[in-house]
Design a protein around this ligand. Sequence first.
Ligand code: NAD
Length: 468
Amino acid sequence: MDGAVTSDAISAVFAAQCVKAAERRLTFGYAERRAALEKLTEAVRRYEPEILAAFAADFGKPEAEVVFTEILPVTQEIRHTLKHLRRWMRPSRVSSSLPTFGTSAQVMAQPRGVCLIISPWNYPLNLCLGPLVSCLAAGNSAMLKPSEMTPAVSAVIARLIAETFPPDLVTVVEGGKDVSAVLLALPFDHIFFTGSPAVGRIVMEAAAKNLASVTLELGGKSPVIVGPDADIEQAAKWIAFGKFVNAGQTCIAPDYLFVHASMKERLLALLRERIAKAYGDGAQSPHLARIVNDHHARRLSGLLDDAKAKGARVVSGGEAEARAMAPTLIEAITPEMEIGREEIFGPILPIIAFDDIEQVITQINARPKPLSLYVFDRNNAFVERVLAATTSGGAGVNLTMLHFTHPDLPFGGVNNSGIGMAHGLYGFLAFSHQRAVLRNRFSLVPLVFPPYEGRAKRLIDLAKRFLG
Ligand code: NAD
């Protein structure tokens, strides 16, 4: 097992969190949760210089991008949660049905208990601390396992958390899949995993052994469709942003693009223009993040080489030097190419022209359900047809990516792209157990208790007549 963390140390922290779990139901109320979240905001602000430096060290992510895709989403999640937490925590009343006449019903959100949060490298701060916000808001403790692929950011998260929370409330365990495996063997009450569908399966299998509930935030190939009546200039702007922010290493990045044949040349020209304006220096642009490591840089170059060897045409970009890869557009894609099969997760955008939207829908539906789907068109009927005939975790109409940031929208996938939802109320619910509480006031049900004769029998017959 890597580093200094031993499985005994992990088990000891887990045991300490478990010991406190019952007590926390009584002592970790609204005021304490609020205080914890406010401390987290302060810590993130205080650590901003270290966070920026860590991102620069791990994958050369531009400072502005770190602020608006890593730091702000976390502080905004906290702000939104603080605004609504009291209401979310309040038990909700449910009206009585005829058989439960004489009772009062409530749904109480209770903490699940001790939670495990495993996060990926691509938005290593946002996707580690974001779920922690919901976890604490719902009254749980957490063990966090950030990604080993962004070691500088993981180390900052570990320091920030250790300085802010006692280990029996929140602890960071650094390390790779060996450490993950040790954690996954423990009987957590809930596991919140963000990462690839392949590892999602391993997590769900491990969770099954302890019947832990899971939230799986996974990935896949998210399609974009540009229809015949799209505002093509807007489409090019949003697509270039969504595809090349974080150098395409984004779970909801447009993975591949269908464009109506009548619009293709214009879209390609506009995309090239946008790329030149945003990332004038290509691969070396200071506005473009680097590929996270050599393995992924080689994987991306391999995808491009395979596509070129099988007849794809590079429209723009294609240059790669070590971990710097230029924003790249390719066309003439065929099903034999690897790039059409695996999640690209880098700054390469395959472009496919279409004439008939029904064929596009068939192709999308033939694949695993994506995390996001984007459609650009001014014609409502076209957009509604695409939305109704396909499914995906979330969808964007005439935009990309922005649905992630809406505080009142659930964020998550379907099947291969995920199970369960995150953000705002949905994140709070993911980390809560919805406990049904029914209180007896003057229930009439004892009138039908056995023996089933006389009045009891007559009442059951009557109930069958009127309720059956
Ligand atoms: P990954 O699945 O390789 O790793 C994620 C986490 O799991 C890391 O902390 C890693 O240490 C751990 N891990 C890796 N192998 C493991 C194993 N065999 N057993 C147990 N734990 C293991 O994912 P990644 O490469 O870090 O991230 C990229 C993937 O994550 C992409 O598929 C992307 O689409 C997806 N993603 C999804 C979301 C979302 O919100 N749905 C967000 C970001 C990334």
